[in-house]
Design a protein around this ligand. Structure first.
Ligand code: ZN
Ligand code: ZN
Length: 283
């Protein structure tokens, strides 16, 4: 354990990038071998989404510096909630507590991105993919990348999480996010067990449904417990799921990199009300 902590405390961005590439490769091949890549040009779709890696590098680079600074400062000054909780001296308990706390941060961040109209438009770039597979994980507007990283820095700052716990969590998060976006479904029985605690592909596919209230459910990042706790947990049969966003259904525009980069800066398209709750029913 001590060696692991030492290793993780000295690991760098390159280790994270390497893990991401390897995980992506593994998930990509599982999808390919499962023969699930049907009805679309998988390569073309992946190429479009992969372009977001390039634009994502800039915010990644800028915020990376502050990310490390924030963790160093909180560690040096024993600042943050985690430093004041009982029993966190043991590394395993410290890691679990940090993990849960950081995962809650991801949940809150995700809800905010859905509820604030302008922020939603940045997040909609991820959602307007009409096919959800591992490459969708890459599809994030660079400004969302920046907003996400800034939010994470603030959250980490107040949590007081140590570098090695944040780093280990990031690695788990990479795998979890790629798995959640896989063009694959777990058998329903197995999903009902894993989904008690974790976000599965079956659950995240509901989040990618084109209409509310399904889009506004299953916000969880790695853990599904927050959705259960805050009443946003939802299950929908696969046959009823259609990927995309009701206000951005133009597949042509959603397949053009430049249009996607410009999308959040346009006129705000008010999202349609949840299907069960039409305007007539409210008035
Ligand atoms: Zn979302
Ligand atoms: Zn997603």
């Amino acid at each position: 354990m001590h060696h692991l902590i030492t290793f993780l405390s000295h690991s760098s961005d390159e280790t994270e990038a390497l893990t991401f590439s390897l995980a992506l490769l593994v998930c990509w091949n599982i999808e390919r071998m499962a023969g699930l890549a049907v009805n679309y040009t998988k390569l073309k779709h992946a190429f479009l989404n992969a372009q977001f890696i390039l634009t994502g590098l800039i915010p990644q680079f800028v915020t990376g510096y502050f990310f490390v600074k924030a963790i160093r400062w909180t560690t040096m000054h024993n600042f943050g909630i985690l430093h004041h909780l009982p029993y966190v001296q043991h590394p395993v308990i410290l890691f679990l507590m940090s993990f849960v706390f950081l995962d809650l941060g991801e949940y809150i961040y995700h809800v905010i991105m859905h509820k604030v109209d302008r922020l939603w438009m940045f997040h909609a770039v991820h959602h307007c993919d009409h096919i959800v597979d591992v490459s969708t994980t890459l599809r994030e507007h660079p400004c969302e990348n920046l907003i996400r990283n800034l939010f994470t820095i603030i959250w980490i700052f107040f949590s007081g999480a140590l570098f090695w716990t944040v780093f280990l969590r990031q690695l788990i998060q990479i795998f979890s996010n790629l798995l959640a976006h896989m063009n694959y479904r777990l058998p329903e029985k197995l999903d009902s067990i894993i989904g008690l605690v974790f976000i599965t592909p079956n659950l995240h596919q509901v989040h990618h449904h084109y209409q509310r209230p399904n889009t506004d459910s299953n916000y969880g990042d790695v853990l599904s417990i927050w959705d259960r706790l805050f009443g946003t947990f939802n299950r929908v049969p696969y046959k009823d799921i259609v990927f995309g966003v009701d206000t951005y259904m133009d597949q042509q525009a959603n397949s053009k990199y430049l249009s996607l980069l410009k999308l959040p800066f346009g006129k705000i398209h008010k999202r349609k009300l949840p299907v069960q709750l039409t305007e007539n029913e409210i008035n």
